[in-house]
Design a binder for this molecule. Sequence first.
Ligand code: ZN
Length: 282
Amino acid sequence: MKLVRWGDPGDEEPGLVDADGRIRDLSAKVADIGRATLGRESLAILKALDPAVLPLAPGGARLGPCVADVRHFIAVGLNYKDHAEEGGDPLPAEPILFNKAPSSIVGPNDDIVIPKGSTQTDWEVELAIVIGEPGLYLDESDALDIVAGYCICHDVSERHFQTERGPTWMKGKGCPTFGPLGPWLVTPDEIPDVQDLKMTLDVNGERMQSGTTAQMIFGVRFVVAYISQFMKLEPGDVITTGTPAGVGQGKKPPRYLKPGDRVHLAVERLGEQRQRVVAWQG
Ligand code: ZN
């Protein structure tokens, strides 16, 4: 099942994608796609619906972030060997965790705004995990039981803010529009192996990143169990799991986003994102 949120920013309606790729309106069934609807029982009710009896959403509707009201937006740093190496960083012995501000979350095709004072806005294609059930002190063997689904996260990053303004990385990770999520929240039954998904990112049609979730140092199951040792995961939380090589900072010379650039992200089975980069106006 592919769940979506469609409509104007801040006023999205819930929907699901039917077999023909059209969005069906779920607003008569659930209030939103968020913490109240991502649990096992709620997802099972939605999955039992016949999409054909649901009204169609208006064609061309904007897509919002595929999860509403995210409270914890957690990211894993340097989780791909080739990405750690391109930055000259040692491989982490345990997952590096940082926070992205939930206020950075936008729709999958919304504009990316270069923040005020930014000189090094960079791209990162990632697989994100959406949590559906509470989880604390989980064993790896139980970790996937609390996962509602997966989506693409563009972990947009400002490298100067991230690494040259003192700890922590969150300074360069939580700016407005730095967290596009979607297009869909895809439930695990549609993904035969979450550690075998190809992922790409292009800037202005040029391939910058090409990887697969098979290259993660710490896989999805491990990451969910690991984070639950330090905090209680809750429904609607999002964990983005790191990026493969090919970020702008790793290019020689480094290359960063500028107004007018077009970014295209794709993760196998999770869809695509397309963003335009614009200057901060203030
Ligand atoms: Zn990242």
